[in-house]
Write a protein that binds this ligand. Structure first.
Ligand code: ATP
Ligand code: MG
Length: 562
């Protein structure tokens, strides 16, 4: 496994340019994103969405959204809706081109009949186990089924009766008649149709036979006139079959398949099956748990869609297997975006009260503070100040080591944008000895935070006025898994063995400046010195705000790189 972040090349673009130059496909570019509605989409799918819709955008083509819903038992309508929301959130539009492979079942049945009629498909009575045995291995050729030489009429009759529901599930299949000794195992008479009495989320009980994925996928592409059928490398071997079906069914359009390497990220997993397990076992709160690499999860976590698109562009499109992208590379893109767009606010996550003894008890005033130094148009806000403020417990040390420039007894610091304060004394809990309050005095001449005589004050602390503070719950996240490469775990271990027990830390009573009081779901902020946060879309309420930390401020990406 190698870690490769920036790549930026895209070999599929080069192919499309060549095709456009040579006039292939009448100058059309048509792509599609073809999810199976059997789970929520993850960041890997986001990559595929950005690629397919992005290619169409760039080359003035069209990209379809097509649900590959050929497996009736695992698919659900709720997944269809979630996937549509995810594609929209990423900023793409399929317009009126929303398709379902199940809409093509009649047409696909006709295609299968065409193969039977031309002697290129047969009904097999072998059981699934027998078919596997007859299939041979990578080093040994397979054997022909004893049913392989049935006549066309016999096959037509049996296939029709399969469809009519005369046979039990698993008793017969329709297979392509290709070559049982083919070096590519995929080509050894693959199954095209199987009998399965299962209710389908769209076609109901109309069918008791269902076409297999390989057959459906390429022919759906052909029906839609897809020109460049982009998929991930695990389908490389299937391309020969893809081409065989297109050629032997004699479709009007002849799409071509191109494979690229899956996007993989460190410290997480991109497998719907494993993500489903985390959801079903209650290890996470749902498909949109902010720790999951699902699109719903990163949306709830506060990632801007633009960052996902930036990542997709930066990692490029390659054929190289076994590469991973550092999770920090995605976070880097998130920070770049939020730095420009998120308003700054002051939030104290671990409050320690600071009382300014020479500040009048009944007084309060406001300070104008800019919302985003990176964006003048974001304006400014009024932040209230009073005699008692909260500062971060970690910003005070009774016995500071050298190089600690924040507050300690006798020392002067700046309360950001407000005043200079000096710590006079410390109040401790008589039983535990814990510091519970700081008594300070302020310099009334330092309004705005500048010393009137120009004396040097090194430390600047963020603060929140105690009487104006808004309380909130703040959720801090860390990697879901402790192991960097979750695609390759030691034998005998379970992927769940590597879960990070500290992936979520809940901070109950943090104190926030009142400007966030009316924030609504999804609003994003930079909490000074703590990172970027967004209002949780599920659990936050007007009187009980909940924030998710989207990403910390520190950019660890790049550390230790060669
Ligand atoms: P999983 O392996 O997580 O179960 P899948 O590949 O079975 O996912 P599909 O719904 O079939 O899920 O995928 C839809 C499209 O997304 C396919 O074209 C697939 O190649 C692509 N895709 C899936 N995972 C990734 C990934 N990690 N990187 C890039 N594209 C991906
Ligand atoms: Mg799949």
């Amino acid at each position: 496994m190698t870690i490769e972040n920036e790549n930026n090349t895209n070999f599929i673009k080069e192919i499309i340019k060549k095709d456009l130059n040579s006039g292939a496909n009448d100058g059309r570019v048509a792509t599609r994103f073809p999810p199976e509605p059997n789970g929520f989409l993850h960041i890997g799918h986001a990559k595929s969405i950005c690629l397919n819709f992005g290619l169409a955008e760039e080359f003035k083509g069209l990209c379809n959204l097509r649900f590959d819903d050929t497996n009736p038992t695992r698919e659900e309508t709720k997944y269809v809706e979630a996937i549509k929301e995810d594609v929209r959130w990423l900023g793409f539009d399929w317009e009126d081109r929303l398709y379902f492979a199940s809409d093509y079942f009649d047409q696909l049945y006709e295609f299968a009949l065409h193969l039977v009629n031309s002697g290129k498909a047969y009904v097999d009575d072998l059981s699934a186990d027998e078919i596997r045995e007859y299939r041979g291995t990578l080093t040994e050729p397979g054997q022909d089924s004893p049913y392989r030489e049935r006549t066309v009429d016999e096959n037509l009759d049996l296939f029709e009766r399969m469809r009519a529901g005369e046979f039990a599930d698993g008793s017969h299949v329709l297979r392509a008649k290709i070559d049982m000794a083919h070096p590519n195992m995929v080509m050894r008479d693959p199954t095209i149709y199987r009998i399965r009495r299962a209710h389908h989320h769209r076609t109901g009980d109309k069918w008791c036979i269902y076409p297999m994925y390989d057959f459906t996928h390429c022919l759906s592409d052909a029906i839609e006139g897809i020109t460049h059928s982009v998929c991930t490398l695990e389908f490389e071997n299937n391309r020969a079959l893809y081409d065989w079906f297109i050629e032997n069914v004699n479709t009007k359009h002849t799409p071509h398949q191109y494979e690229f390497a899956r996007l993989e990220l460190t410290h997480t997993l991109m497998s719907k099956r494993k993500l489903l397990k985390l959801v079903e076992d209650g290890i996470v709160v749902g498909w949109d748990d902010p720790r999951l690499p699902t699109i719903a999860g990163i949306r709830r976590r506060g990632y801007p869609p633009e960052a996902m698109r930036t990542l997709a562009e930066r990692v490029g499109v390659a054929k190289k297997r076994d590469t991973m992208v550092e999770y920090g590379f995605l976070e880097h893109a998130v920070r770049e975006n939020l730095n420009l767009t998120a308003n700054r606010v002051m939030a104290v996550l671990d409050p320690l009260k600071l009382v300014i003894e020479n500040y009048p008890e009944d007084k309060s005033e406001t300070f104008e503070i800019v919302n985003n130094p990176e964006d003048e148009s974001a304006g400014s806000r009024q932040v209230p100040f009073s005699r008692e403020v909260y500062i971060e417990r970690g910003d005070f040390m009774e016995e500071p080591p050298r190089k600690f420039f924040r507050l300690s007894p006798g020392r002067e610091v700046r309360l950001r944008g407000a005043y200079l304060v000096t710590c006079e004394s410390v109040v401790k809990d008589p039983d535990t000895g814990e510091v519970v309050e700081l008594r300070c005095k302020y310099d009334p001449e330092s309004r705005g935070g500048d010393a009137p005589d120009g004396r040097k004050v090194k430390g600047t602390l963020h603060w929140v006025s105690a009487s104006h503070a808004v309380e909130a719950e703040v959720r801090l996240y860390d990697h879901l898994f402790l192991r960097e490469n979750m695609n390759d775990i030691p034998e005998g271990s379970e992927f769940t063995d590597f879960l990070n027990p500290d992936s979520l830390t809940v901070v109950k009573n943090s104190k926030l400046e009142p400007s966030v009081a009316n924030a609504s779901a999804g609003d994003r902020f930079q909490f000074l010195r703590h990172g970027y946060f967004c209002v949780d879309s599920e659990d936050s309420e007007p009187n009980k705000l909940v924030f998710n930390r989207t990403v910390s401020l520190r950019d660890s990406w790049g550390k230790g790189r060669k």
